[in-house]
Design a binder for this molecule. Structure first.
Ligand SMILES: Cc1cc2nc3c(=O)[nH]c(=O)nc-3n(C[C@H](O)[C@H](O)[C@H](O)COP(=O)(O)OP(=O)(O)OC[C@H]3O[C@@H](n4cnc5c(N)ncnc54)[C@H](O)[C@@H]3O)c2cc1C
Length: 493
């Protein structure tokens, strides 16, 4: 490893020379450097003023843009590196190196966690936080704030990044490290959603795993009791004698909430399989104890996209048997939703049956632990969705991050709720999402920006540190080659 000062000096040599910091095998390094040089040239060659997009095969964003007039959805989404202005990032989709001794991995920014986890599990290691959906990418989770059941212990994915190689909006390739020349970019990259630059490679810390996870599902009959238990787990790293290497929860109703606490173990008496006929989220209401291999644990939510596979009928035994196993994946369901949104199939069918229009309420929010029970009650009373996913988290480090300010040392609970709700008469789209936004603000929480947002510019910049963003935007994308954060996340540009 080179030190941060060396990195800083190397950065200033600019384009295509800010190689990843961990030592890569020579052929891998040469290939990677050639790819960095190629993408720098491709970026510089994009026609001025044309929108810049990552040409990725997958996405987990939930903002579906309408095609610009005169363009069909199909032509707009045409693949990468073509006349549509997509930046071909296919050279950055691989794990470049795993160093088991240093417990570090270097991976392309568009490497999926499925590939990343497979590569590291081979060495008995995994990233400190592995988001639950297989096609979430390392760069996407760092810039878009992933979260998972290790987040109470390990914080958020960006907190275990030691170095990011970033193609900035103004076309430089820089190495952003916590203490180097581009430390500001390093600290402002999380929650920037590709509006300051794109991570081409990242170096991340890994932790050792054991082969199995022993799960226990604890039931609570009120949100208050559940949140008290979260506080206990945060303080003691366990509950009723069960070690909490992993913890998340599921709300089926205010009187039926489960916290699932997982502990690494070396040997299991039996293991469950939720990639076949059985469905993971339903298992929470069954026996209080379960065992999974570590790989199956990591992807326990992916097979049924949490519970969101339900509208496709895949949870019906007959349909499930007929539905090929390789298509029981979150990216397949998301592609179906994208298709539906594009052609408004479900909306049209709903209207033709005389049913009220529905609003998509697809959000993840973080609420301070002591105000999480009131938020659970608000959600049940005012939005009324079920199930709801819970994931406690606490920043791993002792500093807050620029564009998504959470208090260091404070325990938060992430609420994930994904579905549609019928609109009351006289209300239009945005009614529920706006209520959620104002309740989150009133309770001192934060809302992730991967989905729809309705904030005014003033509210938005108050929540997401407008002055810090403006300074970073000036420094790394002064000419505004990339969309701004507000334009991208609220206006959907
Ligand atoms: C229903 C649902 C449930 C979710 N649940 C979870 C969850 O449980 N845990 C979790 O961690 N997350 C969850 N997410 C959110 C997800 O982590 C974020 O949307 C994340 O940003 C997606 O990453 P991606 O790799 O798929 O990126 P994309 O969807 O392709 O892109 C996301 C954004 O990041 C930018 N971007 C992508 N790659 C890079 C890069 N290399 N450098 C810079 N910018 C980049 C893109 O420009 C875009 O603005 C959920 C999302 C949905 C829709």
């Amino acid at each position: 490893m080179t030190n941060a000062a060396d990195e800083g000096r190397r950065d200033s040599a600019t384009v295509a020379t800010a190689s990843p910091p961990a030592r890569l095998p020579a052929p891998v390094l040469a290939r990677h450097q050639a790819a960095v040089a190629a993408i720098s040239r491709a970026y510089a060659a994009l026609p001025p003023g044309s929108p810049v997009r990552l040409a990725k095969r997958t996405s987990n964003l939930f903002r579906f843009r309408d095609p610009p007039s005169g363009q069909t959805a199909r032509s707009r989404d045409r693949a990468p590196g073509t006349a549509t202005g997509g930046l071909d990032v296919s050279a950055f989709t691989r794990v470049l190196h795993v160093d088991p001794r240093a417990r570090l991995a270097v991976a392309g920014g568009m490497t999926t966690y499925e590939d990343l986890a497979d590569a590291t599990l081979r060495h008995g290691l995994m990233p400190l936080v592995v988001p639950q959906l297989k096609t979430i990418t390392l760069g996407g989770a760092v810039t878009g704030l992933g979260i998972e059941s290790t987040s109470l212990r390990n914080g958020l994915p960006h907190e275990s990044v030691t170095d990011m190689e970033i193609l900035t909006g103004d076309g430089r390739v820089v190495s952003a490290t916590p203490g180097g020349e581009h430390a500001g970019l390093y600290h402002g990259f999380p929650n920037s959603y590709g509006t300051l630059g794109y991570a081409l490679s990242l170096t991340i810390e890994l932790e050792p795993v054991q082969p199995y996870v022993h799960l226990r599902h604890f039931r609570f009959t009120s949100p208050e009791a559940c949140m008290e238990a979260v506080g206990q787990i945060a303080a003691e790293r366990g509950l009723h004698g069960h070690r909490a290497d992993f913890v998340d929860g599921t709300v089926f109703g205010l009187d039926e909430i489960y916290l699932t606490v997982g502990a690494y173990i070396d040997a299991a008496p039996w293991v469950s399989d939720y990639t076949g006929q059985r469905i993971y989220y339903r298992s929470l209401r069954g026996p209080r104890e379960d065992f999974l291999t570590i790989r199956d644990y990591l992807w326990r939510w992916d097979t049924d996209w949490f519970w969101c596979s339900r509208p496709f009928g895949v949870q019906h035994p007959a349909v499930r048997r007929a539905w090929p196993r390789r298509y029981r994946r979150s990216d397949v369901y998301r592609a179906l939703v994208a298709f539906d949104r594009r052609y408004r199939l479900w909306e049209t069918m709903n209207a033709s049956r005389g049913r009220p229009p529905r609003e998509a309420v697809i959000q993840d929010v973080e609420i301070p632990l002591e105000r999480s029970a009131p938020f659970a009650r608000f959600l049940a009373a005012e939005v009324g969705m079920s199930p709801v996913w819970l994931c406690p988290l606490r920043l791993r480090g002792d500093q807050s991050w620029l564009l998504y300010p959470l208090q260091a040392g404070e325990v938060y609970v992430n609420f994930g709720f994904w579905g549609t709700v019928p609109l009351p008469a006289g209300r239009s789209d945005g009614y529920y999402n706006r209520r959620v936004e104002s309740e989150v603000a009133a309770l001192g929480g934060r809302k992730s920006l991967y989905s729809t947002s309705f904030y005014s510019p003033e509210q938005f910049w108050e929540h997401y540190n407008g002055p810090a963003y403006a300074a970073l935007k000036r420094e790394y994308d002064g000419a505004g080659r990339l969309a701004g954060l507000y334009e991208k996340c609220v206006r959907g540009q």
